[in-house]
Design a binder for this molecule. Structure first.
Ligand SMILES: Nc1nc2c(c(=O)[nH]1)N[C@H]1C(S)=C(S)[C@@H](COP(=O)(O)OP(=O)(O)OC[C@H]3O[C@@H](n4cnc5c(=O)[nH]c(N)nc54)[C@H](O)[C@@H]3O)O[C@H]1N2
Ligand SMILES: Nc1nc2c(c(=O)[nH]1)N[C@H]1C(S)=C(S)[C@@H](COP(=O)(O)OP(=O)(O)OC[C@H]3O[C@@H](n4cnc5c(=O)[nH]c(N)nc54)[C@H](O)[C@@H]3O)O[C@H]1N2
Ligand SMILES: [Mo]
Length: 765
């Protein structure tokens, strides 16, 4: 495949005509244009399927609620291209491994179960019965239940993930590594400690009432495009949008609604951010501390002058604990450290603090720019501190909003995909099913990979996802996967992980969310939970490509039946009627009483959030201020000249690469680029467009290096760099992860840059 490469700064607003053009191009390329147009019209509607893109909520008001990247997700899944045994007979695993991630998924949908043959190095067809029996035998042959790892990627439904955790626990393990371990773990863990629930506290409608919205470390123009509608409406009615982002991101500057014809054809785009700050990578905790310091200074002056308080003193007194310790910590933090770590001037932080102070209702949102650092947990807690100070919790138009990634990643955790399960969950499973679930904590993703490297993993079951490309330290992760006894991938499309087979390996082809799911009792729907704790039904409409594809729920039930039989649970009956699974969920998971009945509610039902009701499940029974000191440095342990973040382009969904453009950043036809400040390029004696090698500054003796990336001069603070994930995952050490989270530090990698000795024409596109 040949692509035309170019670097051309994008001057239009995000959304608009560019977005419509791209949507049309993807729908047509899917080879299924008519069906996909119909799909898009049914998406996120009362009787349709939930968008398999991001976890943003639906307002259920607009009749035409999809975005460009949701359209890509749907058309990518609902393609007519397919691969079967003939394809795998033609291509060995070694040969496929030379292809790009884009090539692998572009080949189309997996349609039949496949088994790896190590003698021939090819995947070969296997019957469902043989595949499931083989998994059951491998699991039964383990000498310890913790030799099993059950990985979940956040697209899996509530029904399939609930069944998956029950199965794992009945085998006897809590080894549930999941994509969330690499994603929003710091949000869950930080919020849990501060306010007693690890979820956001707001409703989608709160965006209509906020006076100020602070957006930390996220790029909604690409990753949550429907969020731009909420931000745009808020900005239009005069709310202040304050952005903290290391990069200048187009979507956070200007946005034209692609669903409003006038905005598409005229320059009617709206400004999003009224203030835009570009902190150093990892500098947000210092930035928020600086805002708090400015506010505390103002407060003291006002009180000395006999003026009114700028804090919500009644809220603080009634609902919080520990503010004095935090104030002492603020006093102990000097402006010099704040400026040095955040990379922002005292004046800028005072300005941001003034916006906060003048707003009656404040929302803070954040994503990976906050959660993928060493000190992420404390950064989430510092943002929470700020919100508590103003009583911005439990009232309309205010609150905390970690913007989740995968469309059901929050639901997976609610269903018990958790390597550190709450005792109450285990107790209720024990009661309801009359068995003794394991009590010791299991492995998170990095621990699971380490266990594989120690040859401790006999069976890896992967409910979706692509560990080989998504996890850090690519060569070591790939080696880890190859060391497993049996790897089992429940997948829609071919990906890198399948090409890193364990000693034995199976690929099980699954239906996607857009497709009709027929079981013994008839047509089924599944449920998902969005970032706002709204649970709703999703029903696929497309005809499956092949009768040999099975639903995720049916596959999990089949594995469980082959391993455990039907003595304690009639797994196959559950797969025959998902209402039965939902009855068990209602009986074992809090908030799901009457689940089946409530699935009928248009737009779904709200799970509730104790903290939003000002009930705090913390040791003090109140919201806890966190008095943590700033980290010693934003990228600890090393003195590297540069800090690199790994992020998403506009044409990708995590490890799924839809295309090679990153329109809003002006990159076309290529992904091996490195964004750098023009002065830094000059200081290295290089030019925009030169090729460089990137090497991680090592603290463990392992060399981590990628080669021949093209320099792109960009609006980014000096000393900070950005490049795309997953191409740069070989640079992310497995051994460096967030304190208290285990999340790889994908947004703060200490690196060195050297000129590459490769000429442009020697490179393969
Ligand atoms: N189309 C599409 N949608 C997606 C995804 C996708 O790949 N494609 N992925 C889904 C998933 S799983 C997730 S988790 C989300 C991810 O959503 P995002 O978090 O928006 O994803 P990233 O591309 O990692 O972007 C990180 C953003 O934070 C900024 N940033 C990085 N480090 C820092 C920092 O230290 N401080 C500050 N202030 N800013 C920083 C970057 O410049 C960038 O704008 O999106 C979900 N939605
Ligand atoms: N360097 C770096 N690494 C990162 C990140 C980063 O920002 N930088 N981000 C991290 C984050 S936030 C996340 S969430 C993880 C993502 O990690 P994963 O969730 O493991 O990866 P995905 O790329 O989302 O998984 C894509 C695969 O899922 C399968 N799939 C797609 N749809 C379905 C479905 O409906 N059912 C099933 N069973 N399978 C399906 C397809 O086969 C596809 O190839 O990556 C993390 N890794
Ligand atoms: Mo994520």
């Amino acid at each position: 495949m040949k692509f035309k490469t170019a670097i051309k700064p994008y001057h239009a607003a995000a959304g608009g005509l560019g977005s419509l053009e791209a949507t049309t191009r993807f729908v047509i390329d899917s080879k299924n244009a008519l069906k996909n147009m119909r799909n898009l019209l049914r998406m996120n509607k009362a009787r349709g399927f939930d968008c398999p893109g991001c976890a943003w909520g639906d307002d259920n008001k607009s009749t035409f609620s999809f975005c460009e990247n949701g359209a890509k997700a749907v058309t990518w899944e609902a393609t007519r291209r397919q691969i079967d045994a003939t394809f795998f007979a033609q291509h060995s695993v070694t040969a496929l491994n030379r292809q790009s991630d884009y090539f692998l998924e572009y080949q189309g949908r997996l349609t039949e179960p496949l088994r790896y043959n190590p003698q021939t190095d090819h995947y070969e067809p296997v019957s469902w019965d043989d595949a499931l029996a083989m998994i059951g035998e491998h699991i039964k042959a383990m000498d310890n239940p913790n030799q099993l790892e059950l990985y979940t990627s956040g697209r899996a439904s509530n029904e399939s993930s609930w069944l998956f955790q029950l199965f794992g626990r009945m085998v006897g393990t809590n080894n549930f590594p999941d994509c969330s371990n690499m994603c929003h773990e710091a949000s869950g863990a930080g919020l849990k400690r501060s306010i007693g629930v690890g979820k956001g506290t707001i409703h989608l409608a709160d965006f209509e009432k906020a006076d100020a919205i602070f957006v930390f470390g996220q790029n909604p123009g690409t990753n949550h495009p429907r969020m731009l509608h909420s931000l745009r409406h808020a900005a239009d009615r005069g709310a202040r949008i304050v952005t903290f982002n290391t990069l200048r991101e187009r979507g956070l500057e200007r946005f034209a609604d692609p669903q409003k014809p006038l905005e598409v054809v005229t320059p009617m785009a709206g400004t999003i951010s009224s203030a835009y700050y570009q902190p150093n990578l990892g500098g947000d905790m210092a930035a928020v501390r600086g805002m708090a310091k400015a506010l505390l200074e103002t407060q003291r002056q006002r009180l000395a002058n006999g003026e009114a308080s700028i804090f919500d003193d009644a809220f603080i007194a009634q609902h919080t604990h520990g503010i004095e310790d935090w104030f002492a910590q603020i006093d102990a933090t000097d402006w010099q450290t704040i400026e040095q770590q955040s990379g922002l001037k005292q004046q800028q932080l005072r300005e941001a603090a003034a916006i906060w102070q003048n707003a009656k209702r404040v929302i803070c949102t954040w994503a990976m720019g906050i959660t993928q650092h060493k000190h992420s947990l404390n950064t989430v807690r510092e943002i929470t501190n700020l919100q508590l100070l103003g009583g911005h919790l439990g009232k309309p138009g205010a609150g905390l909003c970690p913007v989740r990634g995968h469309s059901n990643v929050q639901g997976n955790r609610t269903m018990g995909i958790d390597e550190k399960p709450p005792v109450a969950l285990l107790d209720s499973l024990a009661r309801h099913f009359n068995f003794e679930p394991p009590r010791e904590h299991g492995h998170h993703t990095v621990e699971a990979i380490s266990a594989m490297l120690r040859d401790e993993v006999k069976v890896l079951l992967a409910l979706g996802g692509n560990l080989a490309a998504a996890a850090p330290d690519t060569p070591r992760t790939c080696e880890a996967l190859r060391r497993c006894g049996l790897t089992v991938y429940i997948s829609t499309k071919l990906n890198r992980s399948h090409l890193m087979p364990g000693k034995q390996s199976l690929i099980l082809p699954t239906l996607g969310r857009t497709e009709e799911d027929m079981q013994a009792s008839g047509r089924q729907f599944i449920t998902v939970e969005d970032s706002f704790s709204m649970v709703h039904a999703s029903e696929g409409i497309g005809k499956p490509l092949a009768a040999t594809q099975r639903s995720e729920t049916a596959i999990v039930a089949g594995i469980a039946h082959a391993t455990l039989g039907s003595e304690k649970v009639d797994w196959l009956a559950l797969a025959g009627d998902y209402n039965l699974i939902r009855d068990h969920i209602a009986a074992t998971i809090p908030g799901f009483q009457n689940f089946n009945v409530r699935c009928e509610e248009p737009g779904g039902f709200w799970l509730g959030n104790a903290a939003a009701d000002l009930r705090f499940n913390t040791p003090s029974g109140k919201a806890e201020f966190c008095a943590a000191a700033l980290p010693l440095s934003v990228c600890p342990e090393t003195q590297a000249p540069f800090v690199l973040q790994t992020l998403r382009s506009h044409d990708q969904y995590n490890t799924t690469i839809y295309g090679l453009d990153d329109r809003y950043r002006g990159v076309y036809g290529q992904r091996d680029v490195l964004f750098m400040h023009p002065e830094d390029i000059r200081a290295l004696g290089l030019n925009d467009g030169d090729r460089v090698d990137i090497e991680t500054q090592s603290t463990d003796g392992v060399q981590r290096r990628v080669e021949a990336f093209r320099l792109v001069a960009y609006d980014i603070p000096r000393g900070n760099l950005a490049a795309y994930y997953p191409e740069t995952n070989p640079l992310v050490p497995l051994t460096r992860f967030g304190d208290g989270t285990g999340t790889p530090t994908s947004k703060s990698i200490p690196v060195m840059i050297t000129a590459a000795h490769v000429r442009e024409n020697q490179r393969i596109a």
